[in-house]
Design a protein around this ligand. Structure first.
Ligand SMILES: *Cc1c(COP(=O)(O)O)cnc(C)c1O
Length: 371
C-alpha cells in the first residue's frame, strides 16, 4: 500500500484534481474502437481551445521531456544556427538536443536568479543574423523565474527565426498562449498547472513549423521521437503511430474540462493569489526570494533561500514530518540553497499558502530548529 500523500506543494508532479483521479478509473477502450477515436479527436480539440491556437496540437505519449526533445529533432536541421536562451537548468539542458541536430548552438546565459534581457537578444542577433531557431524555457522551475516571453517572441518574429518554448510549468497557471507569444513549437505538460498526471507531452504547433519539419530531411521518422508521426493522429480513421496512453488521455480530458468549467481567468487568478500570499509570508519571516527581483517571480512556484542556521533537507523534512507538507528541494545551481513551493493546479490554493507559511513560521521560531 502506498502511504496517504501529504499536502503536496511540490513543483511537479503535483496532486491531481479529484475529477482527474476519477477519470483514471474509466474502463480501457481499444484504441481502434470508433468511440475512442472520436474521443481522442475531441480531447485534441479541447486542448486546441485551451492553447488558443489554430492548428491541431499534438499529444505525444510520454512525459514532457519527450515533447521537448522531439521538437528539437523535428525542427532543427543541420543548417540551423540555434540561439539557446539560458536562465536556468531546463534552458541549459536544451543545448544537448539543439547541438545534436543543429549546425551551431549559441548560448545567451544569465545567472540563474535573473531573467533574459530582450535587449541582449537584439545585440546577439545583430552580430549573428544567421540565427534561425531560438529556444526559451518560459518558467525555469528550479529557479522560479519567469522570462519575458512576450517581448522575446516579438523579437524572434521580427528576426524571422523559429521559436521553441518550454512552457511546461507555466501554461495553465497564467495567461500564456503559443500564438500570442509567436511560438512555433510550444510544449507543456498535464502534470503541472493543469493538475493531471505525468505521462503526456502537449505540443502546440504553428503552420510554418509544420512546413519546416516536413522539408527537414533530418527530422526523425520511424522513431518514438517522431513528432511528424503524430501530426494527423487526431483525425478519426488514421492509425496511431503507437498505442496511446489511454488512461492519461482520460485524465487529460477531465483536467481540460475542469480548466474550462472554473474559467481560465479564474484559474490564473487563483495561482497568482497563492503565489502572492506565499511571497508576502516569506517577506514577513525575513526569508529572501531566490529570484533577484520580485518582478521575476513565477505565479506557479516560489523559490526562497533557506536560512543559514538550518539545512534545506532538515527544513524540508520538518515541514513533512511535523506538518504533513511536502515541498521540493533545489536542483542544480539552486540545490542546497533553496526550497521550492509549487502553486500548480490543485495545489494553487490561497489556504495552502497560509498553511505553509504558518508551518514554516512555527519551525523557524523554535529554538531547537538549528542543525
Ligand atoms: C517539469 C518540467 C519539465 C518536464 O521535465 P521533468 O524534469 O521530467 O519533470 C520540463 N520543463 C520544465 C520547465 C519543467 O518544469
Amino acid at each position: 500500500m502506498l502511504p496517504i500523500p501529504p499536502l503536496m506543494l511540490t513543483t511537479g508532479p503535483v496532486p491531481a484534481y479529484p475529477e482527474v483521479l476519477a477519470a483514471l478509473g474509466s474502463p480501457v477502450l481499444y484504441d481502434y474502437h470508433p468511440a475512442f477515436q472520436i474521443f481522442y479527436a475531441d480531447v485534441t480539440e479541447k486542448l486546441r481551445q485551451a492553447l488558443r491556437c489554430d492548428a491541431a496540437p499534438v499529444i505525444m505519449q510520454g512525459e514532457a521531456i519527450l515533447g521537448i526533445e522531439a521538437a528539437a529533432g523535428a525542427l532543427i536541421s543541420k543548417n540551423d544556427v540555434v540561439l539557446n536562451l539560458v536562465s536556468g537548468a531546463y534552458g541549459k539542458r536544451f543545448a544537448i538536443w539543439a547541438s545534436r541536430y543543429g549546425k551551431e548552438v549559441i548560448e545567451l546565459a544569465v545567472p540563474y536568479d535573473d531573467v533574459i534581457d530582450p535587449q541582449a537578444i537584439r545585440e546577439v542577433l545583430r552580430k549573428r543574423p544567421d540565427i534561425s531557431v531560438m529556444a526559451l524555457c518560459h518558467h525555469d522551475t528550479p529557479s522560479g523565474t519567469l522570462n519575458p516571453l512576450g517581448e522575446i517572441g516579438a523579437i524572434t518574429a521580427e528576426h524571422g527565426a523559429y521559436l521553441i518554448v518550454d512552457a511546461v510549468s507555466s501554461f495553465g497557471g497564467m495567461n500564456v498562449h503559443p500564438q500570442e507569444a509567436h511560438a512555433d513549437i510550444f510544449i507543456t505538460s498535464p502534470s503541472k498547472c493543469l493538475g493531471s498526471t505525468p505521462g503526456l507531452s502537449l505540443i502546440a504547433m504553428s503552420d510554418r513549423a509544420w512546413a519546416k519539419i516536413e522539408t527537414n530531411p533530418d527530422a526523425p521518422v520511424n522513431s518514438f521521437l517522431s513528432l511528424l508521426a503524430w501530426k494527423d493522429a487526431s483525425e478519426p480513421g488514421k492509425p496511431f503511430p503507437v498505442t496511446p496512453s489511454i488512461g492519461e488521455i482520460y485524465a487529460l480530458n477531465a483536467a481540460l474540462d475542469r480548466y474550462v468549467e472554473e474559467g481560465p481567468e479564474n484559474v490564473w487568478a487563483r495561482h497568482a493569489l497563492t503565489a502572492a500570499i506565499t511571497r508576502k509570508g516569506l517577506f514577513e519571516l525575513g526569508l529572501p526570494l531566490w529570484p533577484k527581483e520580485e518582478a521575476f517571480c513565477s505565479p506557479t512556484a516560489t523559490v526562497f533561500k533557506v536560512p543559514e542556521n538550518i539545512s534545506d533537507v532538515t527544513l524540508r523534512d520538518r515541514l513533512l514530518h511535523d506538518h504533513g507538507i511536502l515541498v521540493s528541494l533545489g536542483r542544480g545551481e539552486t540545490a542546497g540553497k533553496v526550497l521550492r513551493v509549487g502553486h500548480m493546479g490543485a495545489s494553487a490554493q490561497p489556504d495552502f499558502a497560509r498553511q505553509f507559511i504558518a508551518a514554516l513560521s512555527g519551525i523557524l521560531s523554535e529554538p531547537f530548529s538549528a542543525d
